[in-house]
Design a protein around this ligand. Structure first.
Ligand SMILES: O=C(O)[C@H](O)COP(=O)(O)O
Length: 215
């Protein structure tokens, strides 16, 4: 059975400032680097054979720390990027007007093609995240990959594996450097295909990892 570990990157400057990142980028904070080192220590115990990361800076930096600890290289995959948040990228969450908040609500209220202007829909993100996850099935037998991605992207992936709609991801808090695990199984009794073994484990972190929506 293929086990795939999912890690959200360490805290960034804009996470701490409550600024929307999307496919824009900001550096890891000192706390974020410490989180990456702690998740790397846990990853060393998991038998990781591949580290595959979103190509954005915050995920690459986190992935490099994990890969070094596990003695493997980093492979980049842009399909693992965060949701493209269009015209709201770089904006502070607390400065959005009612219309702009309405655009964000569209993402999570079931509007099928809801998107922020110039941005991506949750369905489009879900399709690319599942494509990146399914690519792990082509790795050599016995592989145990670890994917480094983003809060909404991983929340959408885990939610849809559970059979929830892509926009349900706001009901699942995947904090900075949390570890989730999904397994691919063939079972006549249980659900065949991907199943969620763990979601949002932060027991390896020595300080509370705050979700940027909870300050
Ligand atoms: O700011 C964003 O785009 C998301 O809310 C969180 O994205 P991140 O997981 O890349 O920090």
């Amino acid at each position: 059975m293929l086990q795939v570990y999912l890690v959200r990157h360490g805290e960034t400057q804009w996470n701490a400032e409550r600024r929307i990142q999307g496919q824009s980028d900001s550096a890891l904070t000192e706390k974020g680097e410490r989180q990456a080192e702690q998740v790397a220590e846990r990853a060393k115990t998991l038998g990781i054979t591949h580290v595959i990361s979103s190509d954005l800076g915050r995920t690459r930096h986190t992935a490099e720390i994990i890969a070094l600890a596990c003695g493997v290289d980093v492979t980049l995959d842009s399909r693992l990027r965060e949701l493209d948040m269009g015209v709201l990228e770089r904006r502070n969450l607390d400065t959005l007007n009612e219309e702009e908040e309405g655009w964000r609500r569209q993402l999570v209220n079931g509007t099928t093609d809801g998107r922020i202007p110039d941005g991506e829909s949750m369905l489009e993100m879900s399709e690319r995240m599942h494509a990146a996850l399914n690519a792990c099935l082509d790795l050599p037998s016995g592989s145990r990959p670890l994917l480094v991605s983003h809060g909404m992207a991983l929340g959408c992936l885990v939610s849809t594996i559970l059979g929830l709609p892509a926009w349900a991801e706001r009901r699942l808090r995947l904090r900075n450097c949390s570890i989730s695990r999904v397994d691919h199984q063939h079972s006549p009794w249980l659900a065949s295909g991907w199943v969620v073994e763990t979601a949002g484990d932060i027991s390896h972190l020595d300080a509370p990892a705050l979700d940027e929506l909870q300050r």
